[in-house]
Design a protein around this ligand. Structure first.
Ligand code: ADP
Ligand code: MG
Length: 682
């Protein structure tokens, strides 16, 4: 018997070349292979007759070979083999291209099972390149439910299928982690059956059951992990904060807080007086004023003699926070420090000394706050901005720098409540569902390529009025196959041929961190007129002077993501616009994009996105800061997620410390998940 941790090279037919190809799919071990789930299935179980075949709808049929296949050499590199098939309903002319084995394999007068669709074109009732199998062989490509795997260059579905089949034959599947009573209650397949059935289902129904089990399993592990963290925290104590007079804070603000901001701050004030560490998520659309809620939390800590730390995902965001918060806090007698990786060693040392000596009330920074060199005197409040860029693991790393500090995370990704409950099962949630008064909406338009000249003229107009523009492209490099705009090429085109007299800057995720920061800082400082970028600009930088956002090939983005991008403009006093371009003519796509033109409510857009795309996208590591789920990408129904959550919470309550084999296997999986997560959550 082989072990799950064995390398896939122990399989027959997997040499160094194949292994490299599998690596491109992140498959190294038998376990990886067995956990490489199909992205879909083709139901090839039903047999039809020739007269029932349809164009574009491949199906299986049994037919007899009516003549000896004849191959003709058309030209260099093109051979064509013709053969006629028939059953009791009709005849069918079949053509194979460059498949010289056909002449040996298909014998005159014998019956085979074929799989293919008829050509719908020019009157000829024919078929091209069907797959076929002899009646007396074990079904591999016909008469079965065929799994369709995510593939990579050089690796065919058949070779993945073969490798998976071998792996399943020589090693045990991952151990059961869902207790039997839970499986019974929710109608969940046992692990053993599910892992086989996901790859080799006897029917579409069985494939569906297997998928449900594996989705359930993933969420069961994840929610159980969160429940354990919550349980661990519930036992923790921290000195309750004294009530703090907030009047000086409110008086120092240049505006009145919105009702939503006030509510969130009240919730935080209640949390910190409880005597258990707070763990709260503040969720609010871009521009809803989350920074001031964070500021209030820092103020509460400082006035209780504790330090606060605010962690931002990028240097430039950290700097922006540092500037606005020192402006607010210095007059109030609070001391604010900045700590980022790119600061000079001497400056960093200085900041760290002050933090360690307790002479700083609020430390604002990036990951630099997490390094061992940063020691707090008495860290009582940890705040993470744009939470989806940080993972659970990083959050806990910062928390570990204090003794059970309060934790506040802020996210601008509007997540429908149902999903938020699952994803942030270990957090309490405050929602900022109100924008500060006087905020203007960003007028949004959807246009086709025929508007190109007008778009360019509009960019020029904004710039001539002293404003700046963002242009977002879906890809970094050119990809002719997909025919989508790349940031690199488009930036060059704009600079060279359209706006030679304007300053066009380029920003994308493949640039080095420091380079990115420099471009962003230059643009924020007004040293560029047009910034062509990929979605790296999605996260929080404030350029109030930018009034136009053009999003190329907008159909390539999710609605929530488009909304997030749009939030980069409309931050100043000038009227702002967002133009979505697309080549896509499908009614569904256009309708989806038009929804964005009509509403600016992030939560409604998120609900819409969820309806259209399923929860899968919300669980991608990039969007949520959570570990990437393997099966949930198949996008699944919320009820299963909720069931898994309820079941795991109940089970942790009853048997969290049980020493049954499932329980220890489960704990191991939880550790793996949250450990692996650490690396992937950026
Ligand atoms: P986000 O939720 O996107 O982090 P910010 O905290 O950056 O939003 O706030 C966006 C802008 O709105 C900032 O310029 C901030 O000063 C301003 N702002 C925040 N709260 C209010 C308010 N209650 N009234 C007016 N302006 C506000
Ligand atoms: Mg913000």
């Amino acid at each position: 018997m082989a072990r799950l941790s064995d390398p896939i090279t122990i399989l027959k037919g997997v040499g160094p070349t194949k292994a490299k190809q599998f690596e491109n799919l992140n498959i190294y071990t038998l376990r990886d292979l067995i956990c490489h789930f199909p992205r879909g299935y083709e139901d090839r179980t039903k047999l039809v007759t020739i007269d029932q075949l349809e164009a574009d709808r491949p199906a299986c049929f049994k037919a007899m070979v009516m003549n000896t296949p004849r191959t003709a050499h058309i030209r260099k590199g093109l051979d064509m083999t013709k053969v006629q098939l028939a059953d009791h309903t009709a005849r069918l002319n079949v053509t194979f291209f460059n498949n010289r084995y056909v002449t040996d394999q298909l014998q005159y007068g014998k019956e085979y099972i074929f799989y293919g669709a008829i050509n719908g074109d020019f009157g000829g009732y024919g078929m091209t390149n069907p797959t076929f199998e002899a009646l007396d062989t074990a079904p591999i490509t016909t008469r079965r439910v065929l799994p369709v795997y995510p593939l990579t260059a050089g690796l065919s579905n058949a070779s993945v299928l073969k490798a998976v089949r071998q792996a399943l034959a020589i090693c045990d599947v991952p151990p059961e982690i869902i207790p039997e009573e839970v499986r019974r209650q929710y109608g969940i397949l046992p692990a053993e059956r599910a892992y086989y059935a996901i790859h080799e289902p006897a029917s579409m129904e069985e494939a569906e059951l297997a998928k449900r089990r594996l989705v359930f399993e993933e969420f069961f592990v994840f929610s159980a992990g969160l429940s354990l963290m919550r349980a661990a925290r519930a036992g923790k104590k921290t000195a309750p904060y004294d009530s703090v007079d907030m009047k000086p804070f409110y008086a120092a603000l240049p505006f009145t807080l919105t009702g939503a901001q006030q509510r969130a701050i009240e919730e935080i004030r209640t949390d910190v007086r409880r005597g258990v560490p707070m763990n709260r998520l503040v969720q609010g659309d871009v521009g809803s004023g989350k920074t001031m809620v964070a500021a209030a939390a820092a103020y509460l800590a400082a006035n209780n003699g504790r330090q606060a730390a605010l962690m931002a995902p990028t240097e430039i965001l950290a700097e922006q926070h540092y500037q606005s918060l020192s402006r607010l806090f210095t007059p109030l007698g609070l001391r604010v420090a900045l700590l980022t990786g790119s600061m000079k060693e001497k400056e960093k040392r200085q900041a760290r000394e002050l933090i360690a000596a307790g002479q700083i009330d609020l430390a604002v920074g990036t990951h630099a706050l997490l390094t061992d060199a940063t020691v707090f005197h008495d860290l009582g409040m940890v705040i993470a901005d744009e939470q989806h860029r940080f993972g659970v693991a990083q959050r806990s790393k910062l928390s570990a720098k204090g003794s059970d500090p309060h934790v506040l995370v802020m996210s601008a990704t509007p997540i429908p409540r149902t999903l938020a409950l699952i994803m942030y099962g270990d957090l309490n949630v405050s929602i900022l569902d109100e924008l500060p008064p006087g905020r203007q909406t960003v007028d949004t338009f959807l246009v086709g390529e025929s508007y190109r000249a007008r778009i360019n003229a509009f960019i020029r107009k904004q710039v001539s009025e002293g404003h700046q523009c963002f242009v977002v492209c879906p890809a970094v490099e050119e990809n002719e196959e997909l025919g989508i705009k790349s940031a690199e090429v488009w930036a060059e085109t704009l600079q060279k041929t359209v706006f030679p007299d304007l300053r066009v800057l380029l920003l994308h995720g493949q640039m080095k961190g420091a380079e990115k920061e420099a471009v962003m800082a230059a643009f924020a400082a007004g040293a560029g007129d047009v910034l062509v970028a990929t979605t790296v600009i999605e996260v929080g930088v404030d350029v109030p002077n930018a009034t136009l956002m053009v999003i190329e090939d907008a159909d390539r983005f999710g609605l929530s993501q488009l909304h997030q991008l749009r939030g980069r403009v409309g931050r100043g006093s000038a009227k702002s616009y967002c133009i979505l371009t697309t080549h896509n003519r499908s009614a569904e796509t256009l309708q989806r994009l038009k929804a964005l033109c009509k509403t600016t409510d992030g939560f409604r857009i998120a609900e819409e996105d969820l309806k259209l795309r399923g929860p899968g996208d919300f669980f991608g590591a990039r969007q949520s800061g959570l570990p990437a789920f393997r099966v949930a990408d198949l996008s699944y129904d919320l009820q299963t997620l909720k069931d898994a959550q309820t079941a795991s919470a109940e089970w942790i309550d009853h048997s969290g410390t049980s020493d049954a084999p499932e329980a220890s296997a489960l704990r191991e999986r939880i550790n793996e998940l949250f450990h692996r997560a650490e690396g992937t959550m950026n």
